[in-house]
Design a protein. Structure first.
Length: 256
């Protein structure tokens, strides 16, 4: 060691010099690794550029940040106008496209909880071991399958209503319907036989929806409604249905 510099033969491994560029491949095998109190910048404020650092058995530890919001890690692609990834001392991570400022985040919001203020897409399965809380509506792009579970409404929500995929028609000619709170949807009706005519009467205060060709009902128990659309029966409204043996469907033939 001479003054403030450590000199090694550059023909073998390179050279550490405060005023020169480090060249060559270096290997430090001391138990403490490489320790330094300061790395001087060639140009003030320009930082020190390292093409790559390989860590074998140790982590990078950056202690003693003055505040949680100080930058810890950031990365970008050559010619980017903005950084694509940043993480601050508190663990807040943000991502961007390199053209605009980072706009997507992930951070610790509370004990044992991660949060993003943006959108999170899951390409495969999302497994939740406990509950899911939705602040707004839940939109399902395809079928929602619930295996061996009962859908219950919370004490602070409105009624969910009910779904009947095979309403019991029995041998009657008039069927009284009293829908659940929140309404009842009927996707099919049992007791089908060719040319049978049945009057359905809604005597409840909530609506009964007759599902048009709903795939949740058995094929031979489904309804065909006018205008190929679901039919909603309010309180006191009635509908005549006739079983068409040719198409194996209940057809709505009259609304009373």
């Amino acid at each position: 060691v001479v003054g403030t510099r450590l000199l090694l033969d550059p023909a073998i491994v390179g050279r550490i010099d405060r005023d020169e560029t480090v060249t060559g491949l270096w290997s430090f095998v001391n138990a403490l690794g490489l320790l330094t109190d300061i790395i001087g910048e060639r140009t003030g404020g320009a930082g020190v550029t390292v093409d790559g650092v390989i860590l074998r058995d140790r982590a990078v530890v950056v202690p003693d940040f003055a505040s949680a919001g100080l930058l810890a890690i950031q990365s970008a692609v050559l010619a980017d106008a903005e950084f694509r990834y940043r993480r601050d001392a508190a663990g807040l991570m943000v991502w961007g496209d390199g053209a605009l400022a980072p706009d997507t985040n992930l951070y610790r919001d509370a004990p044992n909880r991660l949060k993003t203020d943006d959108r999170l897409d899951v390409g495969l399965d999302l497994i939740v071991n406990q509950s899911i809380t939705a602040i707004a509506d839940v939109t399902v792009g395809s079928d929602l399958t619930v295996n061996e579970r009962t859908l219950l409404k919370s004490d602070n929500t409105g009624a969910m209503g009910a779904i009947e995929n095979a309403l019991g028609g029995g041998g009657r000619s008039v069927l009284r319907m009293t829908p659940n709170a929140g309404g009842t949807r009927v996707n099919g009706m049992a007791g089908q036989s060719a040319n049978r005519v049945l009057l359905l009467i809604n005597l409840g205060s909530d609506a009964v929806t007759i599902g048009h060709q709903d795939a949740n009902g058995s094929a031979v128990q489904r309804f065909i409604c006018p205008n190929a659309a679901d039919l909603v029966l309010g309180n006191g409204e009635n509908v005549w249905v006739w079983y068409d043996g040719t198409t194996s469907r209940w057809r709505v033939i009259g609304i009373v």
